[in-house]
Design a protein around this ligand. Structure first.
Ligand code: AMP
Length: 175
């Protein structure tokens, strides 16, 4: 079975989680499968092989599961964006809107150097709110955004448009 079709069978739809009306894309069955995990990381990183990425930025927490092996694969460093209160050193934060209320993410102020080429990674893009807050943190630090890479894109939501004009790579698109 071809790579994308192979991994798609391991994305489990969980209706009404974490709240009514949301269909949660559960990636844990994919993580459990040796071939599936490898294909997922390989396909997320494929367009970026051959250099050009200094650091991969992972978004807490499922983003880390892909950002770390991607950084290893691409020969890049790893930078963490975390939920508030988790990072120990001096940090910058960005706040973004959710359906109800707001959320905040943080990064160490020295995590990205000026001109560093950054690939931002997360498991899934929905509205793009989380990824665009991470983008704001990278740009404030003077980093240069290479692209975003996601395992899953909910293409019926305008996440990709929100990140324009930055390139967005996704492995599995759900319409
Ligand atoms: P958004 O900021 O709306 O693009 O949401 C993206 C973040 O929320 C990612 O870190 C995802 O892990 C998580 N997320 C949003 N919607 C879903 C969903 N339907 N299934 C799984 N994770 C989701």
């Amino acid at each position: 079975m071809e790579g994308k079709a192979y991994i798609e069978q391991f994305i489990r739809d969980v209706p009404d989680f974490p709240k009514p009306g949301i269909i949660f894309k559960d990636i844990t069955p994919l993580l459990q499968d040796a071939r599936g995990l490898k294909i997922a990381v390989d396909l997320m990183g494929a367009p970026f092989e051959g250099g050009g990425v200094d650091v991969v930025l992972g978004i807490e927490s499922r983003g880390y599961l892909f950002a770390a092996p991607l950084a290893y694969k691409l020969g890049a460093g790893l930078v963490l964006v975390r939920k508030p209160g988790k990072l120990p050193y001096r940090k910058r934060s960005a706040t973004y809107d959710l359906e109800y209320g707001t959320d905040t993410i943080e990064i160490h102020e020295d995590a990205i150097g000026p001109g560093q080429k950054v690939l931002l990674a997360d498991d899934l893009i929905a509205t793009g709110g989380t990824a665009s807050a991470a983008l704001e943190l990278v740009e404030k630090a003077g980093g240069s955004v290479v692209a975003f890479t996601f395992l899953v894109e909910l293409a019926f939501l305008p996440g990709r448009e929100k990140l324009a004009p930055h390139p967005v790579h996704s492995v599995l698109r759900f319409e």
